[in-house]
Design a protein around this ligand. Structure first.
Ligand SMILES: CN1c2c(nc(N)[nH]c2=O)NC[C@@H]1CNc1ccc(C(=O)N[C@@H](CCC(=O)N[C@@H](CCC(=O)N[C@@H](CCC(=O)O)C(=O)O)C(=O)O)C(=O)O)cc1
Ligand SMILES: N[C@@H](CCS)C(=O)O
Ligand SMILES: [Zn+2]
Length: 777
C-alpha cells in the first residue's frame, strides 16, 4: 500500500488521568453512585477533548495522525483484550447482546464482583504501572469489538482532529496473558495467535473504514527477555503476526512501537514485515548497527520512528544528544520521525503546575507537556536543520551543566561514608544464630500479622490536605494521627493478632513519606502518575545525594509500642523500592544512589532498635519491578539491589527480627535475590496465585521465615475463614509450620474498615484452627 506520511513528531501515549486527576474523580464518583453513566461518559469525553487541544497547542499536528488515542477508562491492556473479545469464561455473563463488554463489565473485570475475583494485576514491564492480566485458552471466544475505538476516533474527527488509535499488539497481548483456568496443561496463550490475527485484521478494517490513516500497535514484548516466552519465539510470532496483518485487505498504515528497551534482532523481523513504520526506544535501546542488506532494504520503504525523548523520567536531559542520536539514523530508512521512547503515561502532566518546586531544580526538569514540546522541537530540527533549534539545544545543555555543579548534588560527607564501607557492613550473623537470639520474642506457631498499613480514611487524607493548606496545625495533626494509631492498635488486640503494626496513618505514600524527610529529594504538588485503575502516586524526585537529617518513623512506632504489651513491628520502605517509585537522578549508577538510601535506612533501624522496637519490616515490593528486561543486565542489578537492602539491614542486632515484604509482581525469577536479602521473615503476595510462590521458594531451598499472603487485599471481597484455612493448609504442606507466618498479601490502605475487620477476623480464626489441627497431629 502507499502509506500516508507519518507525522514528523509524535508521542507514543499521553497521561490519561488528567492534570487534576479528572479521570480518577469521575470513575470513583461513578463507582460510588454519585454520578450516572452518562455523566461518566461526558466527563471522560471532556478530558479527551482537553488532551487533544493541549497536544496541538504544544506543537503536535492536528491532521497528520500525530495524536495517539491512548485513552483507557481503567487499563490499556484490558481495553485491547476487550476489543478482541478475550473475556474469561467465568465472566462470560458480562457480555452484552452483541458480545461486547461495556464499561460496567470492564470495571467488573478490573475490580471483581460478588463471588468472582477480578483479573490478576501485575507490573507493566519494568514500570510502576499495573495492567490486568488477560486469561486466554483454546476456547477463548475471540471476536472484534471495535465500537469503542471507532467511537473515540469519530469523537476526535468531529473536532477536526485525525488521531492515531493505539492498541496493544497481538504478540504482546498474548505474551502478557496467562492461560485460562480451563486451558489444558501445557497450553500457552501465544498458541492462540492464529485465531487472534483475523480479529485484529477486522479491528484494523473497521478503523480504516472510520477514516483512520495510521494505527499504532505496541509490541514491547519484543524488548523483553523476562517474559515466559523466549525472545526467539516472540520474534517468530511477530513475523507471523505482521505478515498476516500487513497483508490484510483493508487497513490503515501500521506503526509498530517497541518501547521499554532495545529489540535487537526484532528489528530484522519488523523490517522484513509489510508494515509502514517502526518505533525504536533509543533511550534504553541501542542505535541499530551492523544491519544486513535485507534489513536495510526492508527499512528503505518504511518510516523509522526514533524514540529519543525519554518517556520514563522527568529530566530535561541532553536535548542535543537526543537530536544527534536521531539524526544519525537519517538515510537508514525511507523517512525518519521523532518520538518519545515510551508512552508518557509514566510521567506527570505539566511542570508549569508546580509552583512550589525550587526554580533551579525545575529548570532541570521536563514533565509530559515539556517532553511533547521537546519532540516538536527535535522534529523541527530534523526538518529545517539543526541550526534552527540551536538555542533550545543550548538551553537544555546549560541546564545540565548547572545541575552537575549545584549544591546538594554531590555531598562530600555522604560520599566519604559510602567509600568507607566494607563487606562486613552488608552482613548479619548467620540465620540460625539470629533465630536463637530472637526466641525470647515468644511468638506462637503460625504468628499472625499484617503488612503495615490500615485503611487510609478520607478523614486522614483531608487532615493532611488541611495541614498542607494551613487550616490544621502540627499539634492538631499529630493528635489525630495518634488517635488513629491507638484505634488501630486496639483493633488488632481485639482481633487477636500476634505482631501489631501502627497502621501507617501518617503516610501519604510509602515512598513519598520518606522522600519528604530525606535530604536529596523533592516532592511535587500535582505530579500524579497512574499506578493502576483510578489509583495514582506522586513519584518524588531524587535529585541529589541522600542523607537523613532526623529520625523518620521512630516517634510513631515508639508511640504505638507504648500502647501495647505485644510486639509492634516497625515499618520502613526499602532502598530499591524508594528508587523504583521515584524519579531518580540519571547522572550516576543506580547502585550508588541505592546505597546512599540504604545508609539512611540503616540509621533509622538503629534508632528504632534504641527505641525498643524488636521487629522491623523493610518493604521491597519493587524488587522484581526494576529487574532489567535484558538478561545480560540482570546480574549487576541483583547485585546492587540486594546489596543496598543488606546495607540497610546489616547493622540490625541478631535479636532484632528483620522482615521484608514483596508484592505486585511474579517473583519466580528473583527467588535467588529474595534469598540473598537474608531477611528473617519474608511476607509475599500469594493469594491470587493460590500459593504458587511458596512452591517456588521451597524449590529454591529458601529456609528462612515466610508469610505467603492468605488474603487478597486488592479487592473488597471478604475471604471466608474456610478459604483462608485452605490457603494456609497449602502453605503448611510446603513450608514447615515453625517458619510459617500468617498475613494478608499486602497493606490494607486501599480497603475500608468493614471488610478489613471481617477479613482479619477470618485470617486469625483460620490460623488458630490450623494451629489446633497441627497440635492434634
Ligand atoms: C503499594 N503500591 C505503591 C506503589 N507505588 C507507590 N509510590 N506507592 C505505593 O503504595 N506501587 C505499587 C503499589 C500500587 N498501589 C497503590 C495503592 C494505592 C494507591 C493510592 O491509594 N493512591 C492514592 C493517593 C495516595 C496519596 O498520595 N495520598 C495523599 C494525597 C491524598 C489526596 O488525594 N488528597 C486530596 C484531598 C483530600 C480529600 O479531600 O480526600 C487531594 O489532594 O485532592 C495523602 O494521603 O495525603 C490515590 O488516591 O490514588 C496508589 C498505589
Ligand atoms: N507497608 C506497606 C507495604 C505495601 S507494599 C503497606 O502496608 O501498605
Ligand atoms: Zn505490598
Amino acid at each position: 500500500m502507499t502509506a500516508p506520511a507519518f507525522p514528523a513528531g509524535t508521542i507514543l501515549g499521553y497521561p490519561r488521568i488528567g492534570r487534576r486527576r479528572e479521570l480518577k474523580r469521575a470513575v470513583e464518583a461513578y463507582w460510588a453512585g454519585r454520578i450516572d453513566r452518562a455523566e461518566l461518559e461526558r466527563r471522560t469525553a471532556e478530558l479527551r477533548s482537553a488532551t487533544r487541544a493541549r497536544l496541538i497547542e504544544l506543537g503536535l499536528g492536528r491532521d497528520d495522525s500525530a495524536l495517539p488515542d491512548s485513552f483507557a477508562a481503567y487499563d490499556q491492556v484490558l481495553d485491547t483484550a476487550l476489543a478482541v473479545g478475550a473475556v474469561p469464561e467465568r465472566f462470560a455473563h458480562l457480555r452484552t447482546a452483541d458480545g461486547s463488554v461495556d464499561v460496567d463489565g470492564e470495571f467488573a473485570l478490573a475490580r471483581g464482583e460478588a463471588g468472582q475475583p477480578p483479573l490478576e494485576m501485575t507490573k507493566w514491564f519494568d514500570t510502576n504501572y499495573h495492567y490486568l492480566v488477560p486469561e486466554i485458552g483454546p476456547e477463548t471466544a475471540f471476536g472484534a469489538h471495535p465500537e469503542r475505538l471507532v467511537t473515540r476516533f469519530a469523537e476526535a474527527l468531529g473536532e477536526g482532529v485525525l488521531t492515531r488509535p493505539v492498541l496493544v499488539g497481538p504478540v504482546t497481548l498474548l505474551a502478557l496473558a496467562k492461560p485460562a483456568a480451563e486451558a489444558p496443561e501445557g497450553f500457552r496463550p501465544l498458541d492462540a495467535l492464529e485465531r487472534l490475527l483475523p480479529v485484529y485484521a477486522e479491528l484494523l478494517a473497521r478503523l480504516a473504514e472510520a477514516g483512520a490513516a495510521w494505527v499504532q500497535l505496541d509490541e514491547p514484548a519484543l524488548a523483553s527477555e523476562s517474559l515466559d516466552e523466549s525472545p526467539a519465539r516472540l520474534r517468530e510470532a511477530a513475523a507471523r503476526a505482521y505478515a498476516v496483518l500487513g497483508t490484510a485487505a483493508r487497513r490503515p498504515a501500521l506503526f509498530i512501537a517497541t518501547p521499554y528497551g532495545g529489540i535487537g534482532e526484532g528489528l530484522d523481523v519488523l523490517a522484513a514485515a509489510p508494515v509502514e513504520a517502526i518505533g525504536l526506544d533509543l533511550v534504553r535501546g541501542e542505535l541499530p548497527s551492523g544491519l544486513d542488506d535485507t534489513t536495510r532494504a526492508g527499512l528503505a520503504g518504511k518510516t523509522l520512528v526514533a524514540g529519543v525523548v525519554d518517556g520514563r523520567n522527568i529530566w530535561r536531559g541532553d536535548l542535543a544528544a537526543a537530536f544527534d542520536r536521531a539524526a544519525a539514523l537519517d538515510g537508514l530508512a525511507g523517512s525518519l520521525a521523532i518520538a518519545t521512547s515510551t508512552s508518557l503515561q509514566h510521567v506527570p502532566h505539566d511542570l508549569a503546575d508546580e509552583q512550589r518546586l525550587d526554580p533551579r531544580l525545575a529548570s532541570w526538569l521536563a514533565f509530559a507537556d515539556q517532553k511533547v514540546a521537546q519532540v516538536a522541537t527535535l522534529a523541527r530540527g530534523l526538518a529545517d536543520g539543526r541550526r534552527t533549534i540551536e538555542s533550545e539545544l543550548a538551553d537544555a545543555s546549560a541546564a545540565l551543566v548547572d545541575r552537575a555543579g549545584a549544591p546538594g548534588v554531590r555531598v562530600p560527607a555522604v560520599r566519604e561514608r559510602l567509600a568507607a564501607l566494607s563487606d562486613a557492613d552488608f552482613a548479619r550473623v548467620a540465620y540460625d544464630a539470629r533465630v536463637e537470639a530472637q526466641l525470647d520474642l515468644g511468638l506462637p506457631e503460625l504468628p499472625t500479622t499484617t503488612i503495615g498499613s490500615f485503611p487510609q480514611t478520607g478523614e486522614l487524607r483531608r487532615a493532611r490536605a488541611a495541614l498542607a493548606g494551613g487550616e490544621l496545625d502540627e499539634a492538631g495533626y499529630r493528635a489525630l494521627i495518634e488517635q488513629e494509631i491507638e484505634r488501630v492498635v486496639r483493633l488488632q488486640e481485639e482481633l487477636g493478632l500476634d505482631v501489631l503494626v501502627h497502621g501507617e496513618p501518617e503516610r501519604n505514600d510509602m515512598v513519598q513519606y520518606f522522600a519528604e524527610l530525606l535530604d536529596g529529594f523533592a516532592v511535587t504538588e500535582h505530579g500524579w502518575v497512574q499506578s493502576y485503575g483510578s489509583r495514582c502516586t506522586r513519584p518524588s524526585i531524587l535529585w541529589g545525594d541522600v542523607s537523613r537529617p532526623a529520625p523518620m518513623t521512630v516517634g510513631w512506632s515508639a508511640y504505638a509500642q507504648s500502647l501495647t504489651e505485644r510486639h509492634l513491628k516497625g515499618m520502613l520502605t526499602g532502598p530499591v523500592t524508594i528508587l523504583a517509585w521515584s524519579f531518580v537522578r540519571d547522572d550516576q549508577p543506580l547502585g550508588d544512589t541505592a546505597r546512599q538510601v540504604g545508609l539512611a535506612l540503616r540509621d533509622e533501624i538503629a534508632d528504632l532498635e534504641a527505641a525498643g522496637i524488636r521487629i522491623i519490616q523493610v518493604d521491597e515490593p519493587a524488587l522484581r519491578e526494576l529487574l532489567p528486561l535484558r538478561r545480560a543486565d540482570q546480574p549487576a542489578y541483583l547485585d546492587w539491589s540486594v546489596g543496598a537492602f543488606r546495607l540497610a539491614t546489616g547493622g540490625a542486632a541478631p535479636a532484632t527480627q528483620v522482615h521484608t515484604h514483596l508484592c505486585y509482581s511474579e517473583f519466580g525469577v528473583v527467588i535467588d535475590a529474595i534469598r540473598g536479602l537474608d531477611a528473617d521473615v519474608t511476607s509475599i503476595e500469594a493469594a491470587r496465585s493460590r500459593m504458587e510462590v511458596v512452591e517456588d521458594l521451597g524449590r529454591s531451598g529458601f529456609d528462612h521465615g515466610v508469610g505467603p499472603g492468605v488474603y487478597d487485599i486488592h479487592s473488597p471481597r471478604v475471604p471466608g475463614e474456610d478459604e483462608v484455612r485452605e490457603l494456609l493448609e497449602r502453605a503448611v504442606a510446603e513450608v514447615p509450620a515453625s517458619r510459617l507466618w500468617v498475613n494478608p498479601d499486602c497493606g490494607l490502605k486501599t480497603r475500608g474498615y468493614a471488610e478489613t475487620v471481617a477479613s482479619l477476623a477470618h485470617l486469625v480464626g483460620a490460623a488458630r484452627s490450623v494451629r489446633e489441627s497441627l497440635a492434634r497431629a
